[in-house]
Write a protein that binds this ligand. Structure first.
Ligand code: ADP
Ligand code: MG
Length: 506
């Protein structure tokens, strides 16, 4: 099946092509025709399966574009509102449709102006109810979509939602999407949907098979160590670490920062501006470790999250599904890693049963295994580096002052820092920077290799963030284009440790 099969108008087909979508996802293939026929619909599919386009495309297809607010999308959180709104804007802009995002914590007037100009609004329940109740806005949407309905319920928005519907026209097409279908959702569906069709991506398909799910049994006091070691071993591109409570998020953030990792945390009572800023820096790869609570990271759509870590297993299966759905998005592979204490094993069994998932157990890698893995990563990178005339010339020049082993080490460091050794960038380094590198290489020759396990661990991690910061400052554009994986290795001391390892072996 292709998107052509839906006979969308040209502007919409153009937008789909621009978005780079080639094939409808299963929920899109099932839901789009039913929505085009005008049915109300209840859709159940896991996160990351393309639900936004599943309702967005057929709704935009049916919109006239000249009638004020024609479509209303209600979502649980501000982040989701922005995300969904971005996605709908992409699909609607070729048809000249305007989108407004409506959520609390921002001034009313501007928002109301935007709503008055918009064809599509994407809103959180609290602010929307507020605006409707106070009669600051009056809208007559033909299409009403409830996205992530189960989340809204969990967040206690049921009354707001029921109330919002009292302000909406009865003559409308209503669509409801939810990752899970608890009883209360079914009851709500009966109240707001009219003779709905339903689309369910079956339980078997529900757990995204692109996500491998692994759990590690650890004693409670080992959690921190286990987490750090797994991060080192798995070498995630971007990862989210989930905690049950904000308190845990704060503690873990301080701990990891003290260990030298560059992390950002996301929790419920952050200022809106700060949240947006934090999420943006995660999307752009300026920070690649995110520590969050479930609520804060709800619906977060970042495509290249390679790993989700559950610092603690969540209490309920729904949270588990939502959490791990932050990885393995848009056809990518992902890994979901859960730390459990022995008395939480029953929870694993229950979640597996509830969501039809298979979680396999594994043992925390030893320090040695982590080191071997890192050595081979570095080695691979070094041997796959292209040798160029400029590079050779540079080595020849450096050889006047330095031992060849030190030069090799220094270059390995640079490879790790993702500085382009093929000529341009390294030659572009300021002389101060080159001097600093030489100094470092000399120090390396002299020693700095006798630190104990802990000390080295700390060195490594501190330098990771140091190197990372420096590299990332001017290079974020490039990072976005790919190569994220490599850049994580940026870290002087960390590589010097690797270099040491290689040298010992050689
Ligand atoms: P959900 O709401 O089910 O969690 P989203 O609608 O947020 O999922 O979609 C997840 C990601 O997949 C988004 O980045 C979206 O742009 C992308 N996506 C959706 N449909 C397709 C498709 N048919 N082809 C490629 N990418 C898609
Ligand atoms: Mg969604």
């Amino acid at each position: 099946m292709t998107f052509q099969d839906f006979n969308f108008k040209d502007t919409l087909n153009q937008a789909i092509t621009d978005a780079g979508f080639t094939e409808p996802s299963p929920v899109q293939a099932d839901a789009i025709p039913l929505i085009l026929e005008g049915h109300d619909l209840i859709g159940q599919a896991q996160t990351g399966t393309g639900k936004t386009a599943a309702f967005g495309l057929p709704v935009i297809q049916q919109m006239s574009g000249n009638n004020g607010v024609e479509a209303l999308v209600i979502v649980p959180t501000r982040e989701l509102a922005m995300q969904v709104s971005d996605e709908l804007f992409r699909f609607g802009k070729t048809a000249g449709l305007k989108t407004a995002t409506v959520y609390g914590g921002t001034p009313y007037n501007k928002q109301i102006d935007r709503i008055n100009q918009a064809n599509i609004i994407v809103a959180t329940p609290g602010r929307l109810q507020d605006l409707l109740k106070s009669k600051r806005i009056q809208i007559n949407p033909k299409f009403v979509i409830l996205d992530e309905a189960d989340e809204m319920l969990d967040m206690g928005f049921l009354e707001e939602i029921k109330n919002i519907f009292t302000f909406l026209p009865t003559e409308r097409q209503t669509l409801m999407f939810s990752a899970t279908m608890p009883k209360q959702i079914k009851i709500l569906a009966e109240q707001i949907l009219d003779n709905p069709k339903s689309v369910t991506i079956t339980k078997k398909d529900r757990t995204n098979t692109d996500i491998s799910q692994i759990f590690y049994v650890v004693a409670d006091y080992e959690r921190d160590d286990a987490l750090l070691r797994l991060i080192d071993f798995k070498n995630p591109n971007k990862c989210i670490i989930f905690c049950r409570m904000k308190k845990e998020v704060d503690r873990l953030s301080s701990y990891m920062t003290a260990q030298g990792f560059k992390v950002a945390s996301l929790h419920g009572d952050m200022e809106q501006k700060q949240r947006e800023h934090t999420i943006r820096s995660f999307k752009q790869g300026l920070v690649d470790i995110f520590i969050a609570t479930d609520v804060a990271a709800r619906g977060l759509d970042v495509n290249d999250v390679s790993h989700v870590f559950n610092y603690h297993i969540p209490f309920d299966s729904e949270s588990y599904v939502h959490r791990i759905g932050r990885t393995g998005r848009a056809g990518n592979k992902g890994e979901a890693i859960t730390l459990v204490s022995p008395n939480e094993l029953r929870t694993i069994k229950r979640i597996e049963k509830d969501v039809g998932a298979v979680m396999v157990s594994d043992v925390i890698p030893t320090r040695k295994e982590v080191q071997v893995r890192k050595d081979s990563d570095l080695l691979n990178k070094v041997v796959s580096t292209e040798i160029t005339a400029a590079g050779i010339d540079m080595v020849k020049t450096l050889q006047h002052d330095m031992d060849i082993v030190a030069i090799a080490h220094m270059l390995a460091t640079i490879v790790q820092q993702e500085v382009d050794v093929k000529g341009k960038d390294i030659i572009g380094l300021g002389t101060e920077e080159v001097k600093a590198l030489i100094e470092r290489a000399k120090n390396f020759k002299g020693g700095d290799r006798n630190g104990g396990g802990r000390g080295r661990g700390r060195n490594r991690s501190r330098s990771r963030s140091g190197g990372g910061n420096r590299d990332r400052g001017g290079r974020s554009g490039e990072r976005r284009g790919g190569g994220n994986r490599d850049s994580r290795n940026g870290g002087g001391n960390r590589s010097s440790r690797n270099g040491g390892g290689n040298r010992d072996r050689g």
